[in-house]
Write a protein that binds this ligand. Structure first.
Ligand code: CA
Length: 701
């Protein structure tokens, strides 16, 4: 191709990058981009087809602020096939920092390596790293037991921000580790030091969640890592995708420290039997002044026809997943984290900005890893606004759920908004807080919208995340206060709001799908009515463990619902046939009730006859690669059948039960559990159940 190393207008670059010729000549398949460390020498490879000249610049430190003469020298790179530049540097370079000086589009820019695995403070320079030196003790085998577990629990995902988790003194974590990766490594922590009231990881074990989903933990740009620790951000502003964030480490100046501490955090969660999901934000970068833009100007971003930046992320730019080398980058990056950091899942921010093909290719690449089929993938099936995705590609939005792999799940906003009202209209209620006529939506939520009534067709219930709260928007408590109180006092205890909270949890935690909740929802978390707290002070965002213990009985209620779910194996079923086990019962307005059979035969009146013939579609065979897959019925089912009744009305409701005797397990306020944690019957009943106003009633046998 002629003239690709000169200066061009953005719209001209767009035309060039979208041409078939460019795609054909400049796609590099190799897996050796970045710094390849060996004890005797290090190789550098960077894809920069539009560059006239590229040099590697070596530094002693990650920034100039660390004193002395930082520069160690420069190594010219040689241009090779497919636009890949290459150089070697002699000696043991572990701990040496580097950048690329790229001359392209008429200027020379210095940028870090987009494939860099380590970086100096604030991510301006990459660092050569010997990965083995970053492994904590026992790292090689720490993941095996969880990876090959014969009968893994049904996923229940807990969404937490690393700083939020332990930053408050009440967490009982030593001051130097508060807000850091290291906080997760404390084996025992208690409320203000009282170990009889566990906090942090010890608390999560008691709660029973199976997965911790961590808000972005790769290197992001909005917090000064060399600052005094007072800044806070959610971290949806990526700078270095393959490097952990420095402000969560005890030493952001030495690139290997954050890697080791991040791995220690993951190993500690694994030791507690908890799997780890990473929130990844491949849809935009912190700013256009990025390492991507410095390396290949305008290649990695979507442009409108006039050359202006596409902004479907509402963060200033959209990356272009459909461009072959960015698609490859996303696949390589996800697989790198999965393997190097032993992660168990990925959550894709604004997945709707990515194309379906890229998402499915990531799924295939993960599946090809040892036990990779067990790695969860899910994302937000929407975008912030329209995006200039190249024609011929399909956005991974909810309406296209059927085109995604059945094992790429999505957040279900229909369940979320039906239960407690719109996230956009603060005062609009949902089913639990007073809106009428939502019974059918709640029934669709029960079957994870697999009935097709939402206008999209999931492959099966496990393609759907059932939830009511996440880091975005109001906490559940605040939303209920805003809809239920004229002048909400978010810190005031309110029995009516607590009832609504329990009912909301009682619904999504007994629906099909994968339940997900924001950390602290189970303890009436409040952000004092602030919905978008992405850069609010840490003390507004962080978990207040004192408050969690003030609402200890609500926490126990959540723990009871999670235990119920873990001991009713049908919740694990991934195929459509599970819908045939659910039959809705006749019930009055403001209520929904269903009979759920765990094993043997079908319920009397299938929930969704239309899906019967689809029951084999979307099945997944997990028996490959030595990973045994448990049957959909766990061995430890406590009941054969459940009846679950949601009553959002102001009056008690009477529901006719399938014949025979039933144990009443919950009347909306608490669960009785024995010393092994097993749920106990409160009493028995037959023929009918009385469902108290504003509550969830659960019966089993
Ligand atoms: Ca950073």
């Amino acid at each position: 191709m002629k003239n690709i190393t000169g200066k061009k207008e953005p719209a001209e670059w767009k035309e060039l990058f979208e041409s078939e010729e460019f795609r054909r000549e400049y796609f590099y398949e190799g897996s050796d981009l970045g710094a390849g460390y060996r004890a005797e020498w290090t190789s550098f490879k960077v894809w920069a087809p539009t560059a006239k000249r590229v040099e590697v610049k070596l530094y002693r430190t990650g920034s100039d602020r660390e004193g002395g003469s930082a520069e160690l020298g420069r190594v010219p790179m040689k241009r090779g096939r497919q636009g890949v530049w290459q150089a070697e540097a002699e000696g043991d370079l572990a701990g040496v920092y580097y950048t690329y000086l790229v001359t392209a589009n008429g200027e020379t820019r210095e940028c870090a390596d987009i494939y860099g695995r380590a970086a100096g403070v604030n991510g301006r320079r990459s660092m050569v790293v010997n990965p083995e030196e970053t492994n904590p003790e026992g790292w090689e085998t720490e993941h095996e037991a969880l990876q090959t577990e014969a009968d893994p629990k049904s996923p229940v995902i807990y969404e937490v921000h690393i700083k939020d988790f332990s930053n408050d003194e009440s967490s009982g974590v030593p001051a130097v580790w508060r807000g850091k990766f290291k906080a997760f490594t404390c084996p025992e922590t208690g409320l203000n030091g009282d170990l009889s009231k566990p906090t942090c990881v010890a608390y999560l074990k008691r709660l029973g969640v199976t997965h911790v989903h961590l808000l972005p933990m790769f290197d992001y740009g909005s917090v000064d890592e060399a600052g005094d620790g007072g800044q806070f951000n959610w971290g949806y502003d990526p700078v270095n995708y393959n490097v952990p964030e420095g402000s969560y480490s005890t030493d952001p100046f030495h690139g290997e420290v954050r890697i080791r501490e991040c791995k220690e955090m993951i190993a500690a969660l694994h030791r507690a039997g908890i799997r780890v999901v990473m929130d990844v934000v491949y849809n935009h970068t912190y700013s256009l002044d990025s390492h991507f833009q410095g390396t290949v100007p305008y290649y990695y971003y979507r442009l409108n026809e006039d050359g202006s930046l596409s902004n479907g992320s509402v963060c200033g730019n959209d990356t272009a997943s459909e461009r072959l080398m960015y698609r490859k980058f996303m696949i390589d990056s996800v697989c790198y984290w999965a393997q190097e950091y032993h992660l168990d899942g990925f959550r894709f921010d604004l997945m709707g900005l990515h194309d379906v093909e890229t998402m499915n290719e990531i799924r295939r690449a993960l599946d090809a890893l040892p036990c990779g089929e067990r790695i969860l993938m899910y994302g937000e099936p929407w975008a912030g606004g329209p995006t200039a995705m190249e024609a011929g590609n399909i956005q991974a939005v909810k309406a296209n759920a059927g085109l995604l792999s059945e094992r790429i799940a999505f957040f279900n906003d229909d369940t979320r908004d039906s239960i407690k009202g719109s996230v956009f209209l603060a005062e609009e209620p949902g089913f639990v807080n007073g809106k009428k006529g939502l019974e059918d939506n709640i029934r669709s939520s029960v079957v994870a919208w697999c009935d097709g009534k939402g206008g999209y067709q999931p492959h099966g219930p496990l393609q759907v995340l059932s939830y009511v709260s996440a880091h975005d928007n109001y906490t559940l408590w605040d939303k209920l206060m805003l809809t239920g109180c004229e002048k909400p006092d978010f810190l005031e205890r309110d029995e009516e709001i607590l009832k609504q909270n329990r009912l909301a949890a009682g619904i999504y935690l007994t629906c099909l799908g994968i339940p997900f909740f924001q950390a602290g929802e189970e303890g009436a978390r409040t952000k004092l009515g602030v919905g978008d707290s992405y850069n609010s002070p840490a003390d507004l965002n962080q978990l207040d463990w004192n408050r969690i213990y003030e609402y200890n009985e609500l926490v126990d209620f959540y723990a009871g619902l999670i235990a119920l779910r873990q001991h009713f194996g049908a919740y694990k079923a991934d195929g459509m046939e599970v819908l045939n086990r659910i039959a809705f019962l006749d019930s009055p307005d403001d209520t929904a009730a269903f009979h759920f059979r765990g094993s043997g035969g079908c319920a009397a009146k299938p929930a969704a006859e239309a899906v019967r013939n689809r029951s084999e579609r979307g099945r997944h065979d997990g028996r490959r690669k030595g990973c045994r897959k448990a049957g959909p019925e766990g061995r430890t089912d406590w009941w054969q059948e459940l009846v679950i009744i949601y009553n959002a009305g102001r009056r008690n409701a009477e529901i006719a039960l399938p014949g025979g005797r039933w144990q009443v397990l919950c009347e909306g306020t608490y669960f009785e559990r024995d010393s092994d944690g097993r749920l106990q019957a409160l009493r028995e009943t037959e023929n009918k159940a009385c469902a108290a106003a504003m509550s969830v009633t659960i019966l089993g046998r």
